[in-house]
Ligand binder design. Structure first.
Ligand code: HEM
Length: 176
């Protein structure tokens, strides 16, 4: 017999139905579904791991790639299909990384090439649009975390060490 205490609320049922309808619309207009997200994520991180600039940044932090790839599939599913499968905190994961503008440029370049290789054009365009927006907000967030407020068009610079080596916050790069 059904337990009324465990029954989903009307709001929950409605939310699930709205999400399913949204995902179906996106799939109908772009072809994006979980299988395509899986192909994109796995193919992208294969390339990332071979990349001389980005590969080492990941290899020192990710011991077990299976869970990371599952998390990234859930992330893209939430971003593009609005499935709500991802529950992480991307900003916290990236704030301590020793990255600057050139890392984001390489990440986006690899992502864009992979998306165009693996996905039909409407799907690739949507993934790329979302990736650019998120990359920009991560870049701004990391800068703020380092106490650097980026002006419009200004890019994240290398993290300067202070103290014995006497670094400072000068030398901000600009967007081309
Ligand atoms: C400079 C470029 C980037 C580098 C070097 C980088 C590197 C990393 C690393 C090393 C992790 C694993 C962190 C950990 O588990 O300790 C990670 C996690 C993650 N990255 Fe990136 N990333 C970059 C850009 C991006 C962009 C542009 C996106 C989104 C479009 C993204 C989305 C994520 C997400 C969702 C996670 C999982 C966070 C969590 O829930 O733990 N990353 N990234």
């Amino acid at each position: 017999m059904d337990d009324p205490d465990n029954a989903p609320s009307d709001g929950e049922v409605e939310r699930v139905a709205r999400r399913a309808a949204f995902a179906a619309e996106v799939e109908a207009s772009t072809g994006i579904n979980e299988a395509m997200i899986h192909r994109l994520v796995h193919s992208f991180y294969e390339r990332v791991r071979c990349d001389p600039l980005l590969g080492p940044l990941f290899e020192v932090r990710i011991i077990n790639w299976g869970p990371h790839l599952d998390r990234m599939c859930a992330f893209w599913s939430s971003v593009v299909l609005m499935t709500g499968r991802y529950h992480g905190r991307p900003m916290q994961a990236h704030a301590p990384l020793p990255v600057e503008a050139l890392h984001f440029d390489r990440w986006l370049a690899l992502f864009e090439v992979t998306a165009r290789d693996v996905c039909p054009s409407a799907a690739a365009a949507l993934f790329i649009e979302k990736a650019r927006m998120i990359a920009q907000s991560l870049e701004l967030g990391i800068a703020a975390h380092r106490g650097q407020m980026l002006a419009s068009g200004e890019r994240l610079s290398a993290q300067h060490t202070t103290g014995a080596l006497g670094g400072d916050e000068s030398g901000h790069a600009r967007r081309p």
